[in-house]
Design a protein around this ligand. Sequence first.
Ligand SMILES: Nc1ncnc2c1ncn2[C@@H]1O[C@H](COP(=O)(O)OP(=O)(O)OP(=O)(O)O)[C@@H](O)[C@H]1O
Length: 304
Amino acid sequence: METILKVENLGKSFKNIPIIQDISFEVRKGEIMAILGPNGAGKSTTIRNIMGIMYPDCGTVKYINRKNIPRNKIGYLPEERGLYKNVKIMDILLYLAELKDYPLPKAKDRVLAYLKKFDLEGKENTTVEVLSKGMGQKVQFIASILHEPELLILDEPFSGLDPVAQELFKQEIRNLAAGGTAILLSSHQMNLVEEICDRLFLIHHGQKVIYGNMEDVKREYANFKCTIRGNNDHQELKGLPKVQRVEQKEGTTILYLAKDVQVAHWLKHLPEHLEINELSIDRISLHEIFIDIATNKNIQRKKV
Ligand SMILES: Nc1ncnc2c1ncn2[C@@H]1O[C@H](COP(=O)(O)OP(=O)(O)OP(=O)(O)O)[C@@H](O)[C@H]1O
């Protein structure tokens, strides 16, 4: 797949404290690439450096082998939401499309189609001040995609949305990627993004924790866990082979298993007298992978 954006060795400090260090990744045509990490990890700082809102201390940002990113080919949803409050939605969106040199008649048709898609049909002559926060976010999302960008950068697109709106956003993001848009999105809600991203960059204290293809990351890091509902002896379960860690609460036990476990074989080790009302075997989530790796690596922020 063609690379659209290449970020190399990006670094930025504030008052001698490194906020991001040696950040390198690329975003390819038609893929959803996610920067994931907890609050304060450095996601927005990375994005702001890519967008030229702030300048990196070191590193480069290249767009299809050109030094400067053509602004009208990029869509951006900043973390700071905000639209002109007392201007009609259609007028704001057409104004923003015009700034991107996008043909107005086409933009108008697209506004109406997107308002309908996002359950805002008939709101084109409404002002933003009478919309709810989630509705406003939908309008701002429309603004970021109206001009058919080649590269779409979404900073925390799902925060503040209800589950229905989150699904709508996810669906549209998937559609855009399927149509060839290169998408870079950030989120601290890892489990929300897990199902839609093709590749991910996990960041913690401004540094890379994992970078790679979602499937490979899961294969490499997502060990199995066995969840048993029933009242059982914690110590006995902890003593079973290949059990690394046990969590128990309110009649449910989760056994975290070693990487090399053969699940079918392992199940034969379960004692017959266990109380099993329900049992499931799953791979751990991206969130759990993150906790494991971030804790093990014990990444500390260093002074430069
Ligand atoms: N302009 C600034 N001056 C000083 N420190 C800053 C500045 N911008 C960000 N930081 C610090 O950099 C760190 C990373 O912030 P950033 O906003 O990039 O994190 P994030 O991963 O996007 O977090 P969140 O999920 O909370 O949005 C934080 O500790 C923040 O306080």
